[in-house]
Design a binder for this molecule. Structure first.
Ligand code: XMP
Length: 326
């Protein structure tokens, strides 16, 4: 496969161009992999999902997908990965529910960078443990895309090459979408039969809901983040905002305030809603919601999410605020 994006390569915007790319890649993948086995960390995000779909088409069950549920995924995500890849695409999928392991390690840890390091480090450990149980794996597939390569060359971002696996685990890399831009990955993913809500999903940080549960993560507050996020996504989809607003999510900060419900005093968390638009993530603007939608969101979140007694809206652009809270 081409190591670099050819200067004259047409942007993949049509089904015809996507089909031609898929056909070419499948031939290349079969040549590279032969009858050997390939391992893939399948997060359910756009890039790893498209890589999985491509490899399933090219080498079938020579691909072993490992989906690590770190307990910080959005509501319904692990279930969707299992449904789409194991049930529908008949992938060789290993599902690891490592929720307790991650949340136990994170208990009492409030420093944002330490939280990120624990999540990243534990992820590699769980993945490496699963890889060690398997025989004859020679390749590691990755969802590297063209902007990752450009950014690592420009020194902006370390290329997540080989994911920091232990020294003794050496695999040859398979990176079937590495010359594609994100919009092209989506077109190719749709042609490979992935559901639109998987291919067009909003960006989601690797540490997941962990960065939206600021400070030390507790299971009850994490559940409040997950449930409120699910309501927000459902309402955005119903109101035609899905795929239109770049990123939207909820945050449940670690402080409580007084409220009243059914004539009784409550002392619960607030839920913050953030919805933003951007092209390059360096600068973002806020999506202004209609009064009707604001009222409806407040109502649903207050009545359906245990532990929440206020809903706040974050109307701060970036800069000065970042997108995520930590
Ligand atoms: P910030 O908060 O830096 O976010 O303005 C910019 C974009 O990056 C995402 N983000 C992350 N993605 N790992 C990721 O994979 C991370 O640790 C991380 N932190 C922020 C964020 O969701 C937004 O789209």
């Amino acid at each position: 496969m081409a190591d670099r994006r050819p200067d004259d390569m047409a942007r993949i915007t049509t089904n015809e161009l996507a089909d031609a790319f898929i056909e070419e890649q499948i031939a290349e993948l079969r040549k590279q992999i032969g009858d050997k086995k390939v391992l893939l960390a399948l997060s359910g995000g756009v890039d790893s999902s498209v890589v999985a779909a491509m490899l399933i088409k090219a080498v079938g069950d020579q691909l072993v997908c490992v989906h690590v549920n770190h307990g910080l995924l959005r509501k319904g995500e692990p279930e969707q990965v299992i449904k789409v890849f194991r049930d529908e695409m008949k992938a060789n999928l290993i599902y690891v529910d490592a929720t307790d392991r991650f949340l136990d390690k994170l208990a009492g840890v409030s420093d944002p960078e330490t939280k990120r390091k624990i999540i990243g480090g534990e992820f590699i450990e769980v993945f490496a443990e699963e890889a060690r149980k398997l025989d004859g794996i020679e390749f590691l597939a990755q969802g590297t895309i063209w902007p990752d390569i450009l950014e690592s060359e420009a020194g902006i971002k370390a290329h997540h090459n080989a994911g920091g696996l232990p020294e003794d685990m050496k695999f040859e890399l398979v990176e079937p979408v590495k010359i594609l831009f994100k919009d092209e990955v989506r077109v190719v993913g749709e042609r490979l039969g992935l559901p639109a809500n998987m291919v067009y999903r909003q960006p989601f940080p690797g540490p997941g809901l962990g960065v939206r549960c600021p400070g030390a993560i507790t299971r009850d507050r994490l559940e409040a983040v997950r449930e409120s996020d699910a309501i927000l996504r459902e309402e955005f989809a119903k109101n035609g905002l899905e795929g239109k607003v770049w990123q939207y999510f909820t945050v449940v900060p670690d402080f409580k305030s007084t409220g009243v419900k059914n004539g009784k005093r409550t002392f619960d968390w607030p839920c913050i809603i953030r919805a933003i638009n951007t092209t390059d993530v360096m600068e973002v603007t806020v999506e202004h919601l209609s009064d009707e939608l604001i009222d409806h969101l407040v109502n649903r979140i207050i009545s359906e999410v245990p532990g929440i007694n206020r809903v706040l809206f974050d109307y701060t652009p970036k800069p000065p605020a970042t997108v995520e809270y930590e």
